[in-house]
Design a protein around this ligand. Sequence first.
Ligand code: NAG
Length: 320
Amino acid sequence: MEQKTLLPALSCIIFFNLLCFAMAQEPPACQTTCGSLKLKYPFGTGAGCGSPTFQPYIACEIINKDQKQQQQLLLTTHTDSYPITSISYSTQTLTLTPPSMSSCSSMQPSPSNFGLDWASPFQLGRSTFILLSCQPPTSSLTLRGSSGIPVCDPSYSNLCASIYTCPSVVGLGLPLFPPTNTCCVYSPGNLDSKGELDLCGLKCAGYTSVVSLGDYPTDPARWEYGVTLKYSHGDLDSGIVDTKCNSCEMSDGVCGYRVDDLSFLCVCKNGYNTSSDCNNNFSPDQDLFWGSASNLPPAWKMWFALVVFWEISYSCFDLF
Ligand SMILES: *[C@@H]1O[C@H](CO)[C@@H](O)[C@H](O)[C@H]1NC(C)=O
């Protein structure tokens, strides 16, 4: 190719590359993952995403873990921010791993209470609190204002015996193989009128919470630790939103809401929003560009764009 034709050809390619770049979709308004967690309604990662009743409590943040930056979904309450380690959309439950929660591998005194906000859509689920390093006798532990209902359930004392075999109990200021009369299984657990597990009031130095014993009821090193929460959508029109949201998610959209009036929005991949679903909407901009291709599924648009791009590139070469 001669010098004379090389330049226009190059600029032609650059021009169409730029065009493609401009066409490339902007970063999506609503994320569908945070770290390894898959996010669906009612969870969202920012204003306008997910459910407006969840948004004040849920955030996807970049944290440093093992000297690597990664995304972590957090639930924030009046007491702390808690990493969310799993979400089950079918059972409407999630699991938290509070940083101040002990486990067999690491026990630590908890200076802060575990707490939830009463007004939030989150409630304690079915995990089992084990209060650690409490002032004996634990049989007399009661919650403030609960007219003396005992907190500890002695029928679970086997769990105390097991967790106290973990060598990390020394982290709580206990000797190895401590007497189990300083341990207390609080199940079903409850939060006080401030929405807190008041460790200080209960005179316990720490706590753990067990999601499941798995197949190893006597091996605390293999238990699954975490606090299980139930969540509810709680909105008056949640039935309508659930139906709309279903068809939005089926059409590869993300459920969200209008920031001004909190009404339902389906946020589609191509950067437009609709009150129905992404299969079924007409945005003037989109139609102008894609014409009759606008009702093709997104994968087809990608291929279409690719083919068009190649054809234009080749015709550029032919021109010069
Ligand atoms: C679509 O909705 C999302 C979330 O509510 C918002 O961030 C975005 O700006 C909206 N886009 C348009 C084009 O209105």
